[in-house]
Design a protein around this ligand. Structure first.
Ligand code: HEC
Length: 137
């Protein structure tokens, strides 16, 4: 009897532990990006210093508080957000198409704000994408 109770307690603890672990290892939800955005390409050259400068400035103003200094998702505001903010320096992030990054950045979803009204100028928007491209390892 004692043995049975013990094994029940152990299996209960294991079930609870696996729930805790599952909430940590949450799979990143894939982005459903409309075709219109998928086919967009960045009109700016990857090494356009002027655009990188403008992009960096706007990143610092609008994005850094959540995405952090170099895009690792560790800004001060990120602490109170459950969603995975991604890592702009990762190969996985950088492998995404320009238009996908544009959609994520300016249309957003859930805890990722929409910036269509705050960053109106197309050149300013692409400058942020150009800047994000410089963050790769
Ligand atoms: C209030 C916090 C916050 C701010 C400010 C913010 N973001 Fe985000 N961002 C998020 C969150 C949260 C996610 C994850 C959303 C999800 O996956 O549902 C995200 C996701 C993203 C992604 C997709 C990352 C990936 O790998 O899936 C990109 C790109 C992005 N943000 C760019 C930007 C840019 C560019 C700005 C500034 C113009 C910005 N974000 C400002 C919170 C923020």
């Amino acid at each position: 009897m004692k043995k049975l109770k013990m094994s029940m307690m152990v299996s209960c603890a294991l079930v609870m532990l696996s729930f805790v672990l599952m909430s940590f290892v949450q799979e990143k939800k894939p982005w459903d990006v409309p075709a219109k955005y998928q086919s967009m390409t960045n009109p700016q050259a990857a090494d356009d210093a002027e655009m990188i400068k403008i992009g960096k400035m706007n990143y610092a103003r609008h994005c850094k508080s959540c995405h952090g200094n170099i895009g690792k998702g560790d800004g001060p505001k990120a602490r109170s957000i459950d969603a995975d903010l991604g890592d702009f320096t990762s190969a996985e992030f950088q492998a995404q198409k320009d238009g996908v990054i544009y959609y994520q950045s300016f249309i957003g979803r859930d805890d990722m704000p929409n910036f269509e009204k705050k960053i109106v100028d197309e050149e300013d928007r692409w400058a942020i994408v150009t800047y994000l491209r410089t963050l790769k390892k």
